[in-house]
Design a binder for this molecule. Structure first.
Ligand SMILES: [Zn+2]
Length: 95
């Protein structure tokens, strides 16, 4: 899997950018999605695997928002990790 510079979620294009010091009110984060600005931020200090997994996690948030699925953070976490391992384990399907 390759992290793209831009990812399309339905009709929205999100820019994917590196950013240090991403955090919310509670803690430091590996990544963050901004629905209004259409940006996915990823911490460049994270290891490659972590970064890819975080990228998918943020994409799941984006899909959840676009399709009004109503996932909880825990469900996004599980689905993000599930998708990451599925895609990494079956790369030939997506070529
Ligand atoms: Zn999340």
């Amino acid at each position: 899997m390759k992290i793209p510079a831009e990812v399309k979620i339905l009709f929205k294009s999100y820019k994917v950018v590196d950013e240090l010091n991403i955090h919310d009110e509670k803690s430091d984060l590996y990544g963050q999605i901004n629905y209004l600005d259409q940006i996915i931020k990823l911490n460049p200090q994270a290891k490659d695997e972590q970064k890819k997994s975080t990228f998918l996690h943020e994409c799941v948030h984006g899909l959840d928002e676009m399709f009004s699925i109503g996932l909880t953070e825990e469900q996004v976490e599980k689905l993000g990790t599930a998708l990451y391992t599925f895609i990494e384990g079956n790369e030939e399907i997506f070529k």
